[in-house]
Design a protein. Structure first.
Length: 90
DNA sequence: GAGGAATGGCTGG
DNA sequence: CCAGCCATTCCTC
């Protein structure tokens, strides 16, 4: 576990349900604006994939990006959380 | 839109 | 310190 990774985790955990941020955005919040790939690596090597909503982190342009459990699961989770957010806001 | 190069941090030697 | 890895991003055609 590294300070940069911890920053990334905290930032990702700060992303609300139904919302998605880009790696660049997370990297910036983590303190390293250009470390977009380092962010992905940290998320991939994350110690608790279940408590870290890494599926809320996507690539720029709205692309799904990657996912440790499979990009297809990522889309499903995103869609699910999107419904949850709608329910909460309803 | 597709292809190539660059970036920034982490791991292992 | 150096080389390799990675779930991206930017530049050029």
């Amino acid at each position: 576990m590294t300070p940069f990774a911890v920053r990334v985790y905290k930032v990702v955990l700060g992303i609300p349900i139904g919302q998605v941020r880009s790696y660049k955005w997370v990297a910036r919040k983590a303190g390293s604006p250009g470390a977009c790939r380092a962010v992905g690596q940290a998320l991939k090597r994350n110690p608790y994939p279940l408590i870290i909503p890494c599926h809320r982190v996507v690539k720029s342009g709205g692309g799904a990006g990657g996912y440790a459990l499979g990009g297809d699961k990522k889309r499903l989770l995103l869609d699910l959380e999107k419904k949850i957010a709608k329910c909460l806001g309803d």
